[in-house]
Design a protein. Structure first.
Length: 78
């Protein structure tokens, strides 16, 4: 049995432009004057270490949506 749980998080910030969506998970990529640009890179590596996937999409009005899945670990036959 495969166990999945999708976690979806939306914000109401300025949003993502189409070019940024392809780069936001890269280490040291930032669009802000302060910060190291490591938060999303670290988040993705944690999710992937647990056999998951993390991605982002731009919201139609403003902000972004971040999602990740599946529930990792364990035996797939559990």
């Amino acid at each position: 049995m495969h166990r999945h749980c999708r976690s979806l998080h939306r914000d109401s910030g300025p949003g993502l432009d189409p070019e940024s969506v392809n780069h936001i998970f890269a280490a040291f990529y930032t669009t802000k004057p302060q910060g190291m640009g490591m938060g999303l890179a670290i988040s993705r590596s944690i999710v992937e270490a647990h056999c998951g996937r993390l991605w982002a999409t731009a919201n139609p009005d403003k902000g972004a949506t971040f999602q990740f899945l599946p529930i990792g670990g364990g035996n797939q036959h559990d």
